[in-house]
Design a protein around this ligand. Structure first.
Ligand code: HSE
Length: 307
């Protein structure tokens, strides 16, 4: 059996506008790399982190917390060392903590001969994610582990639905280089919602799921709207409305906050439209004083993988 594995843990977009805490999809151009080693010495150790200033202490690192939760449950007769090569900036809104939390459990599972299925891996990865966002949600973890679009029907017990990905769908991402902590972006949200807003929101979630099943791009365009969370959070992201106007004018089907931000995502039909959208939003941000980067990605239907 292998005693070392290298893996790619992809970035993800959570919420997908109307699906706060339940919908997500997986990107394929950006992701962390991790190496997990099996050791004779028992326990979990994080031996190296490159690309970001994150703690090596297992209990303070999302990858360590998820690994430890799985390790304590399985009690294998060996230990594991984890190396993390961060390519996803923490606090960027494209699932940085989820990639690390999922990566460690995926690597350990592979080295143990795959005793756990994807839902069980999700259960332990959520424990790491919770360290970053102060609550258990799986809308980044699920697309990292399952790939494609996912819907979290329940976190306890874990119940993830895999949704189809329309063939011609591409994502465009802009990452304004400011940091928004998920815990803080959650703290500003109201605890209750008005019934009329809730009706609009669940009508959009249902429509979005139907649009994915039927590759109905016009319906996607109508459904990619968030009347509950975005109105509160967009104030944290400079020039959000200008980006959305530019993106929709360039042909995007929809535009919203990626997870808790500051990244903003757009979905488009076809790669060339996604690239036109990228150019339009870059032009829009060029005139601001905020550094940013953009990229276009096909939807990654495989998710986390061995490399
Ligand atoms: N659903 C979570 C939130 C995702 O929006 O707070 C965090 O990335």
């Amino acid at each position: 059996m292998l005693d070392k594995i290298k893996l790619f843990a992809p970035a993800t977009v959570a919420n997908v506008s109307c699906g706060f805490d339940v919908l997500g999809f997986c990107l394929d151009t950006v992701g962390d790399e991790m190496v997990v080693h099996k050791t004779q010495e028992k326990g979990i150790r994080i031996t190296k982190i490159e690309g970001s200033e994150l703690p090596l202490e297992v209990e303070k690192n999302v990858a360590g917390v998820s690994a430890l939760a799985m390790y304590n449950a399985l009690q294998p007769d060996c230990g594991f060392e984890i190396e993390i090569y961060k390519k996803i900036k923490p606090g960027s809104g494209i699932g940085s903590s989820s990639a690390s939390a999922a990566g460690s459990v995926f690597g350990i599972n592979a080295l143990l001969g795959y005793p756990l299925n994807k839902s069980e891996l999700t259960k332990y990865a959520i424990k790491g994610e919770a360290l970053a966002s102060q609550c258990e949600h799986a809308d980044n973890i699920a697309p990292t582990i399952f790939g494609g679009f996912t819907l979290v029907r329940s976190v306890a017990p874990v119940d993830i639905l895999q949704l189809p990905t329309p063939e011609e769908l591409y994502a465009t991402i802009i990452h304004p280089q400011i940091e928004i902590k998920t815990s803080e972006a959650r703290a500003i949200l109201p605890k209750t919602v008005a019934l009329d807003g809730a009706i609009t929101q669940w009508s959009n979630v249902g429509s979005l799921v139907h649009a994915l099943h039927t590759s109905d791009y016009d319906l996607l365009n109508k459904a990619l709207k968030d009347v509950i969370v975005e109105p509160h959070r967009k104030q944290l992201i400079p020039h959000f409305d200008a980006v959305r106007t530019a993106a929709l004018s360039a042909g995007a089907l929809g535009c919203g906050i990626s997870g808790s931000g500051p990244s903003i995502f757009m979905l488009s039909k076809g790669k060339s439209t996604a690239e036109n959208v990228e150019k339009a939003i870059a032009d829009c941000y060029q005139d601001t004083s905020i550094p940013f980067n953009t990229f276009v990605s096909k939807i990654n239907t495989q998710g986390i993988k061995v490399i």
